[in-house]
Design a protein around this ligand. Sequence first.
Ligand code: IPD
Length: 283
Amino acid sequence: MTRAPELSAADLDALAGHAREIAVACGRLVRDERPADLAVATKSTATDVVTVMDRRSEDLARREVALRRPADAFFGEEGVTAAGTTGITWVVDPIDGTVNYLYDLPAYVVSVAAVEGNPREPGAWRPVAGAVYNPVLEELFWARRGGGAWLTRGAAQPVPLRCGAVAPFAEALVATGFAYDAAQRAVQGEIVARLLPHVRDIRRFGAAALDMCHVAAGRVDAYFEQGLHPWDIAGAWIIADEAGLVVQGLGVPHPTPEMTLVGPASLVAGLERLLRDNPRRES
Ligand code: IPD
């Protein structure tokens, strides 16, 4: 992995500060300037949508990164990219949970992460600082490498997020999500059908970054999803990691396009066993 030059605690704090401020600025933009006409367009399938506010949020994030850290690279979900020279890339999901946003369901977030390595290559990158902001609840999840994971609600003091008592597998509340592609969904449906009898229940909130932060906050016990992209996971990966959770793929110590698993080690191992048994686990 191409690493950024050794980052001090002060460097990491500064990156986390930028991530927080940019996530909050973009989150407020999409909440406060939501137009009546979202100018919806489709991407990979008819149900994979992008709105004018995804694009405006990504443009704002790019402008903010360029002002604050002009030599860093940028990689956003909606196609804004920039090369850099520092070894740090800002990976941004300008609205994670775009379908929730479309329906005005208050479960969408902006995810902003500083990562080292090449975020386009699975296993060749890791986040060093990140922030995930839900502008409706004014909840800001954030972390930097070695600094713990935190949740700031509105103007309140940040509270630490730390993995606590671990539920037995049979009592685990497990979040997941589904791809936009119909064939992938058919496989994902089979997996959920097999998992459901073995756990407490399943939740599908509709925003991968939020799902991962929910695990860090103990609001669900574990999470898995096939087919995620770097922008879906970058901000929340460092938050889950710093909360003491495992973030991995199937048999590898990092998420892959095939699978992202998040949770305490014992629950991730249980999920992995079940998912590995799946004869059709392709994403
Ligand atoms: C999607 C959400 C959803 C997940 C999809 C993602 P988007 O991201 O995170 O929960 O199931 O796989 O693509 O399109 O809202 O940015």
